[in-house]
Design a protein around this ligand. Structure first.
Ligand code: MV4
Length: 494
């Protein structure tokens, strides 16, 4: 048991701030690291100390292990939290942190490495009775043999890179004549992207739901799950809206999947926070896909429904404490929805829209949480992920959480750049979403940029019609309000 006194956060933006807030509440001093592009960033201002670690590109700053270690030594930190992205799932970093005598807030390097190989992960969990998608358990090398297996499984099949994950390096094969070309492509992509050309085959589940379980383990062998998050609304493997709990799980299925998730963690001798990713088909069969060995972007929805602070838990576990609760102590309270606010233009193929936050006014009220790293007047740097904020709404039921989220989107006022808020509003109002009858194909099936434009035009028409009924002096008043920066008619009421 070693109490952490000073924590270095090897990350930036909203997650760096979010981690430091919990550390401060625990009486732990905080150290920020930052690139030259982040001198004015909020995580730097919030921290007790801050060290510049290099030029803006992350390959020269946030991704350089030696610079992080040097900053930790210089400031006398005793622990390092990697956040998500950057070095968070790099087993060499986790090992180096430990070798240099610091506490790594996360799992062991061995667990990270095991889950980094999709084939090794599948082999490990298979022994623990975790359902897997039908497919090969070894890398495929012999083309004739691979084709034979694919025929046995039945087309369509998916070729995946063992070193891949998060959708990188996947190839769908609809029928046998395409097999060879797709396999060649998959292998060469995997070689160039990961330096490892191993690929394997799985049955392609065509319209799955993506449901992931938050798990937590301590260093004494105890593992629990903190229920699921439904993350099916995504585009090109980037999640857009996440919620907890999922509207399709019955208590019985939740229990079964939760037990499978705990078994995945046990198969990896896992400790600290992790996420076990499943796909669920239309008959509610579920299959393990992969495990993410970090705190995830969408962890706040789990915090809202469990009342737990996951970062504080991560720190306690890294100090060697036992999990302070048992599975049966945990229960779901209400419903939480997270929308991700990206500096992207949904009407223009989600092109990054980097610029300055001319107006930035957060929504307020009971059950609304905004995790961000920006203030009005700040610029969104183009070197990093264009996520501006995560807005999380919590209420007693799914229906109420949806209503609250739409109200909060309408209140959220951002000018100076386009954001994905209007797109999130479109999703939340869609019948497929409100009914709960959707899968990972939601965006492809229902979204067209014209629909946003049509909604926007309608709003403007309504406004014009309203103005036409008013006397001239009122019109002038409305026009004056319209042109003030706080008006969000155009930005958000689409
Ligand atoms: C699949 C699949 C269908 N069948 N595997 C994408 C992310 C990576 N974790 C694995 N992914 C998928 N694997 C089989 N056998 C569909 C996906 C998939 C997906 C999964 C979760 C969330 C969004 C997704 C979007 C497209 C495809």
């Amino acid at each position: 048991m070693k109490k952490i006194k000073k924590l270095l956060v090897a990350n930036r933006g909203e997650i760096a701030l979010r981690i430091m807030r919990s550390a401060r509440e625990m009486g732990i001093k905080t150290v920020a690291v930052y690139s030259e592009a982040d001198r004015q960033a909020l995580h730097v201002r919030f921290a007790d100390e801050a060290i510049c670690i290099g030029p803006p590109p992350s390959a020269q700053s946030y991704l350089v292990m030696e610079k992080i270690i040097a900053a930790a030594k210089q400031t006398g930190a005793d622990a390092i939290h990697p956040g998500y992205g950057f070095l968070s799932e790099n087993e060499d970093f986790a090992a180096l942190v430990r070798k240099e005598g610091f506490i790594f807030i996360g799992p062991s390097p061995e667990s990270i490495e095991l889950m980094g190989s999709k084939l090794a992960a599948k082999a490990a969990v298979a022994k623990f009775n975790v359902p897997l998608v039908p497919g090969t358990s070894e890398p495929i090398s012999d083309l004739a043999k691979a084709k034979k297996i694919a025929t046995e499984i039945g087309y369509p099949i998916l070729i995946k890179a063992s070193a891949g994950g998060g959708g990188k390096g996947m190839r769908i094969v609809d029928a046998e004549p395409d097999f060879e070309t797709q396999m060649d492509r998959a292998v060469s992509e995997a070689k160039s992207a990961f330096g490892d050309g191993s690929v394997f085959i799985e049955k392609y589940v065509t319209q799955p739901r993506h449901i992931e379980f938050q798990i937590f383990g301590d260093q004494h062998g105890n593992v629990v799950h903190l229920f699921e998050r439904e993350c099916s609304v995504q585009r090109r493997h980037q999640k857009v809206i996440e919620e907890a709990p999922s509207s399709v799980l019955t208590p019985a299925l939740r229990k079964k999947m939760g037990e499978a998730a705990v078994n995945v963690a046990k198969a990896a001798n896992y400790y600290n926070a992790g996420t076990v990713e499943f796909i669920v088909d239309e008959n509610l069969n579920f299959y393990f896909l992969e495990m993410n060995t970090r705190l995830q972007v969408e962890h706040p929805v789990t915090e809202e429904i469990t009342g737990l602070d996951l970062v504080k838990l991560q720190i306690l576990i890294a100090e060697g404490e036992k999990l302070p609760f048992k599975q049966e102590d945990l229960k779901i309270n209400g419903h939480a929805i997270e929308v991700r606010v990206y500096a992207e233009d949904p009407a223009n193929n989600f092109l990054p829209d980097i610029g300055t936050l001319k107006t930035y006014i957060r929504p307020q009220g009971h059950g609304i949480r905004v995790d961000d790293g920006f203030e009005q007047g700040m610029a969104v740097p183009f070197y990093y992920d264009p996520m501006i904020a995560k807005m999380i709404c919590h209420d007693s039921t799914r229906e109420r959480a949806i209503t609250k989220t739409i109200r909060a989107i309408d209140e959220y006022t951002i000018t100076g750049l386009e954001t994905t808020l209007s797109f999130c509003r479109f999703v939340l109002k869609h019948e497929a979403f409100t009914s709960g009858n959707f899968d990972t194909k939601f965006v492809e099936k229902y979204f067209k940029p014209e629909l946003l434009r049509a909604q926007q035009d309608e709003t403007e028409e309504l406004l014009a019609a309203l103005l036409a009924t008013l006397p001239t002096e009122k019109v002038a008043q409305v026009a004056a309000i319209e042109s003030t920066p706080v008006s969000n008619w155009k930005k958000n009421r689409t």
